[in-house]
Design a protein around this ligand. Structure first.
Ligand code: F6P
Length: 489
């Protein structure tokens, strides 16, 4: 049975009663910006906010996040709050302001130069800097202070998101032990060999073990976490109950594979607006005469395997030149964390590679790769999914990867093939795909050919199966399972 936002709303009220629901994440779900001199807003591309916005729309409450938009300060009230979604408000967004130094040390520094590469096994060396760590602690404390102020003397349930706020539960409970907290970790959790190099490993584990419930996408990350705790802390790891008791406090550790709002995406793809965008995009990127459009959609991040995809496309045209002028690969890349040198270098590497591969294979008026960097609206992205016969989702390592599920949710006509990397969390759930190892360019090229040449009946059958899985395990079911688990505390 498909879980809806109404089911979720009902269970939330039952489980958390009249406690205030507070969600905390680094990234905000709506960013106010100036567009042609007027205040407008954009929705960031990251997986966590995309998944959680429908949940908060359904449940109401307060979302606390760092305000980063140029016009963010202009739209908030005296308590730094604004009601969102802007066009039809359903919940409150409270913004926290970070100084340049805090943003640099906490966000670019400890979160993204240390924890991000530590948790993603992509052979990118983490950088542990003491001053970044001090800022990380300071900003986690700042979130805690703001939340405590917001809660006042009410009782509350705080739902913490991601790797930026590993110490938040500890700081909250130091001030008010009655607050219930749960933390969902949106990225992989590494094995003990990888994690043990972190100089702050004990503090991070202790911070997370202040939670009543701790969630990861898949069982494997839960097991890694529990093994790490076993090695690093004097704690009781209970593999039967899958929980950890540390200093007399129990934390349940559970897997909850995150998902998307299947129904909403499916409906959106049938809308008039998306159909109009589709026509515009086909014109803008001259896709009308192309037989097969292959697409990719990623933040520009070294975990996403973008150079590996380009190399696979290169190999594909090298091995199968009959597809020249008939196939185009269009990759949309949202610039990300560009103040970090590794990201800057990656961006340069991608530019050079695209240039090189296009030069090698292009013919009069045709080039194999279009690299599109501008911001695309949700309607445009939906239109791209509709256009694409094949979607390549092939990160080197990824907690879940929601692009894979979004593509499936959009393909109402069943006319598409998902080529999915085996190192994504999504690969554990989505079986009717063409699987790839992104490190193996030669086989990747063959798998692209297989996807393109797949018979329509097989394609339809596979997509129908995928759609059943994603429709059944939608974002509301994810949230419902997560919240229901709180009853066990
Ligand atoms: O889960 C990882 C995550 O927090 C996702 O929300 C998203 O994929 C990405 O990282 C967001 O990155 P940022 O907020 O740094 O742009």
């Amino acid at each position: 049975m498909v879980t809806t936002q109404f089911d979720l709303r009902k269970i939330i009220r039952k489980v958390i009663g009249d406690r205030l629901l507070v969600l905390a994440s680094n990234r905000e779900p709506y960013i106010h910006v100036y567009k042609e001199g007027k205040i407008s807003y954009i929705r960031p591309v990251g997986g966590a906010v995309t998944a959680l916005d429908p949940v908060m729309r359904a449940c109401g409450g307060i979302w606390v996040a760092s305000g980063t938009g140029a016009a963010d300060k202009k739209v908030v009230n005296r308590k730094d709050e604004v009601r969102v979604p802007p066009e039809k408000p359903r919940y409150l967004l409270k913004r926290i302001w970070l100084s340049k130094e805090e943003e640099n040390g906490y966000y670019f520094g400890f979160s993204n130069r240390a924890i991000w590469p530590l948790c993603h096994i992509t052979y990118t060396r983490p950088v542990f800097d003491e001053s970044d760590w001090q800022y990380y602690k300071q900003v986690n404390q700042k979130f805690a202070d703001a939340i405590i102020k917001e809660i006042g003397n009410k009782s509350a349930f705080v739902w913490i998101q991601d790797y930026h706020l590993a110490l938040l539960a500890k700081y909250l409970k130091e001030k008010n032990p009655n607050i219930k907290t749960a933390h969902f970790w949106h990225i992989p959790w590494p094995n003990p060999e990888a994690f043990r190099i972190c100089p702050k490993k004990k503090e991070i584990l202790q911070g997370l073990l202040a939670n009543d419930l701790l969630g990861f996408h898949i069982r494997y990350y839960c097991n890694n976490f529990m093994e790490n705790v076993n090695l690093e802390l004097e704690a009781r790891v209970d593999n039967e109950r899958t929980s950890v008791v540390y200093k007399g406090h129990e934390t349940l550790v559970r897997s909850f594979p995150i998902s998307v709002d299947f129904e909403e995406l499916s409906k959106l793809s049938n809308s008039k607006k998306v159909k109009q965008e589709l026509v515009k995009l086909e014109e803008e990127f001259r896709l009308n005469k192309i037989e097969h459009v292959i697409m990719g959609l990623d933040r520009i991040d070294y975990t996403k395997g973008i150079p590996e995809k380009i190399k696979a496309i290169d190999r594909f045209f090298e091995k199968y030149p009959q597809y020249k002028e008939r196939v185009v690969f269009i990759q949309k890349g949202a610039l990300s964390r560009i103040h970090i040198e590794t990201y800057k270098n990656l961006n340069d590497e991608i530019n050079d590679l695209v240039e090189e591969v296009n030069w090698r294979h292009s013919t009069d008026g045709w080039a194999p790769i279009i690299f599109a960097r501008r911001h695309f609206s949700r309607e445009e992205i939906s239109a791209f999914y509709k256009i694409a016969d094949v979607c390549l989702v092939s990160p080197l390592h990824d907690g879940m990867n929601l692009v894979a599920k979004e593509y499936v949710a959009t393909k109402n006509d069943l006319n598409g093939v998902l080529v999915l990397g085996q190192f994504t969390g999504a690969a554990r759930e989505l079986e009717d795909v063409v699987a790839v190892n992104p490190y193996d360019a030669n086989n990747f090229a063959d798998q692209i050919k297989k996807a393109i040449e797949m018979k329509p009946e097989k394609k339809k059958k596979m997509m129908a199966n995928l759609r059943r899985v994603v429709a059944e395990n939608n974002i509301y079911k994810w949230a419902l399972k997560f919240i229901s688990e709180l009853q066990k505390i």
